[in-house]
Design a binder for this molecule. Structure first.
Ligand code: C2E
Ligand code: MG
Ligand code: MG
Ligand code: MG
Length: 282
């Protein structure tokens, strides 16, 4: 009896593994075609000042709508794109597309809102990155300081010396740099001090329910203090409730990004959100 049960469980486990591997294979081959089929698009999530609730900029977030699998999240498919060598081409498209959108919005509104673009660890180690950013700035004519490139701690700690060199070159171009998901990686304070980072993005795990957990709130507070000591500004990620937003404002968060204000949206909806606030922006 017991033996049979164990066997059944093994079969189930095996099936789950097989399904995972199968999905993975399917994603791989479908992802190779996604770009030319026009299934990839960028969503834009507003980044807001907690003082007045006004939009200061947007983060571009990649989306994949597959005709059969539906929406596949970037957390699932970006690692696949990295593994099969697609991230470089995909990353160039993302950067160009986001910068063109930024130029259009800046031109139409006459305002220099910012655009944040995520870079994968692999893009950081690819030697063409600096040239790509430079070319995209030239091509679109946006003010370099309105482009914010987001990197994670792990992308930097993987090869700190190399990363530092690239970051310094990017800074030379005038773009701003953000450290994403801060608090989930292992960067040391001495490393942080040396990095030419303009913005720390406090990870959602510290923001979510920070009003209910003293430790989260205190960690967020310390990270903000640290950032300000280092001359960086702070974006708090993932605020969903009025209580969280209120606390973040009191703590001195420079910017907040979260569902409380806006979810990531299609370009036309993002533009409408921006326009809707224009009367308040004098
Ligand atoms: P990220 O860069 O930290 O982006 C923020 C993520 O938090 C986004 O998830 C966003 O939708 C989500 N988020 C924002 N506010 C809230 C909130 O209030 N509640 C909750 N529950 N979630 C919130 P998304 O779009 O699924 O992206 C996940 C990750 O995938 C990103 O994390 C980033 O690491 C990666 N990614 C997304 N787009 C790109 C891209 O164009 N290039 C690269 N290399 N990576 C990307
Ligand atoms: Mg990001
Ligand atoms: Mg993040
Ligand atoms: Mg994240």
């Amino acid at each position: 009896q017991a033996k049979q049960q164990g066997r059944a469980r093994w079969v189930m486990f095996d099936t789950a593994m097989q399904q995972k591997a199968l999905r993975r294979l399917q994603l791989e081959s479908e992802l190779r075609l996604a770009q030319e089929r026009g299934e990839l698009w960028l969503a834009y999530q507003p980044i807001v000042s907690p003082r007045d609730g006004l939009i200061c900029g947007f983060e571009a977030l990649l989306r994949w709508d597959h005709p059969i699998y539906g929406a596949v999240g970037p957390a699932e498919f970006i690692p696949v794109a990295e593994e099969i060598g697609l991230i470089s081409a995909m990353g160039s498209w993302i950067l160009r597309h986001a910068c063109r959108q930024l130029r259009t919005w800046q031109h139409d509104s006459g305002r220099s809102m910012t655009m944040s673009v995520n870079l994968s660890a692999m893009q950081l180690s690819h030697h063409g990155l600096v040239a790509l950013v430079e070319q995209t700035l030239n091509e679109t004519g946006i003010i370099a300081g309105t482009l914010r490139l987001e990197l994670t701690e792990s992308a930097i700690t993987a090869a700190p010396e190399h990363a530092l060199g690239i970051l310094l070159q990017l800074k030379q171009l005038g773009v701003k740099l953000s450290l994403d998901d801060f608090g989930t990686g292992y960067s040391s304070l001495s490393q942080l001090r040396r990095l030419p980072i303009d913005t720390l993005k406090i990870d959602r795990s510290f923001v979510s329910q920070m009003d209910l957990h003293d430790d989260k709130r205190q960690i967020a507070e310390v990270v903000m203090m640290l950032a300000h000591i280092l001359g960086m500004d702070v974006v708090a990620e993932g605020a969903e409730t009025v209580a969280e937003v209120k606390l973040l404002g009191e703590m001195g968060a420079d910017f907040v990004q979260g569902y409380y204000y806006f979810k990531p949206m299609r370009a036309d909806a993002a533009e409408a959100a921006w326009r809707g606030q224009s009367a308040m922006r004098t």
